[in-house]
Design a binder for this molecule. Structure first.
Ligand SMILES: [Zn+2]
Length: 136
């Protein structure tokens, strides 16, 4: 079921499953987002068996997940493109509001250095006393 996420970066092998080492560079708190993204991709694959999805680059940027991808499909299903775009937009958006450590809803975003979303508990344990931006 995990075969829909494909990474073509030269530094990794293609078609690695979620949870394998290509995704380990991403914060642990975001791994659940990747699983949900994969679920959406599998559902799209059921809609169009010829659907192919490929991640060119997957990274964190300015406190949010960034997914650079390409795709192909054989059918004339224009809705599929809209659904895919919404799915990736969702993953990027929700990552900015998901604690990068534990996956809970984030309340703070660190400033300076590595910008990242944090929940109150993880913030206190890791960045207590530093300046932050409140996420609303
Ligand atoms: Zn947390």
């Amino acid at each position: 079921m995990n075969e829909m996420l494909k990474v073509t970066d030269n530094s990794v092998e293609p078609w690695r499953e979620i949870g394998s080492d290509w995704a380990e560079g991403l914060p642990a708190g975001w791994q659940g987002i990747l699983k949900q993204l994969n679920t959406g991709l599998v559902i799209l694959k059921r809609r169009d068996p010829e659907f192919q999805f490929e991640i060119g680059q997957l990274k964190e940027k300015f406190g949010a997940l960034r997914i650079y991808y390409s795709f192909s499909h054989k059918t004339d299903d224009t809705k599929l493109k809209d659904l895919l775009s919404s799915l990736v937009d969702w993953a990027e958006w929700i990552s900015a509001h998901t604690c990068n450590v534990c996956g809970e809803i984030a309340t703070k975003q660190s400033r300076g250095g590595w910008v990242a979303p944090w929940c109150d508990k993880c913030w206190e344990e890791n960045r207590s006393g530093e300046n932050y931006t409140k996420l609303g």
